[in-house]
Ligand binder design. Sequence first.
Ligand code: MLT
Length: 312
Amino acid sequence: LACSLGAFAADGYPSRPVTLVVPFAAGGPTDVVARAVGAAMSRSLGQSVVIENKLGAGGTLAAAYVAKAAPDGYTVLIHHNGMATAPSLYRKLPFNAQTDFEFIGQVVDVPMTLLGRKNLPANNAQELAAWLKANAAQVNLAHAGLGAVSHLCSMVLRQAVGVELQTVPYQGTAPAMTALLGGQVDVLCDQTTQTVQHIKAGTVKLYGTTTAQRIKALPEAPTLAEAGLKGVEVVVWHGVYAPKGTPKEALDKLNGALRSALKDPTVNARMAELGAEVVPESKQTPEGLRSWLKAETERYAPMIKAAGVYAD
Ligand code: MLT
């Protein structure tokens, strides 16, 4: 019997390492999630999952790269809310987040924390709002580019405080955090997957969480609303994507590996320690990610338009 042998051999997949593309700097929040989940996925795939950090343009460079990669199951993307905000932020985006990918599933939800450099004079969220207003012209607010959640949070913060601030873009919040620790920037809104360790070490000033309720990983931390700064609510969600046209057999295996990774007690414990929460099983599915991305894209569009922030 003749059988056709294409580039993809379903039975043998995966027969070599799978690359998981991370849109931001190594050591930062997305990278931390990718490495924990990727290592667990590699155990069920029987192949290594290699992390590739593709930096630039607020995460859109990595998404564009994966959209154009060979649809063979060997290149996949992990990305967050940026997949939903970039279409409104970029006038010319070289990919369509909703139609250029196959969806594998959602991963974890991560709260954010609003931080200041250790010697910033403001001691709570209300004092910070006043300090930002009084010092608007000199304040340096760090973020990871248009499409980064740190940028999204800074946009929401500026709207909540009612002030325009100078922002400093980095290629991830790992370098932004280094700048905050070194006192080169004043304020950073960043995910707990990176910030918990610095908050616990007392090397940054914590103003509150961007969540509706206090979080277990930082029980002493007030929510920003509790601390008197209302309207700064951002929860970061993550999805895993493959290029459009990736064979169903590969997508099924990747989804199976993702779901087993999210059941892994080591992954769950590590995520909980970092304030992140594995999403419910209904979201760990292609449809769970597809419909969520669509809803989030529609939710952010008017907010971003009102903020008048965009890149050409
Ligand atoms: C990162 O991994 O550096 C962050 O997710 C960037 C961001 O703020 O979106």
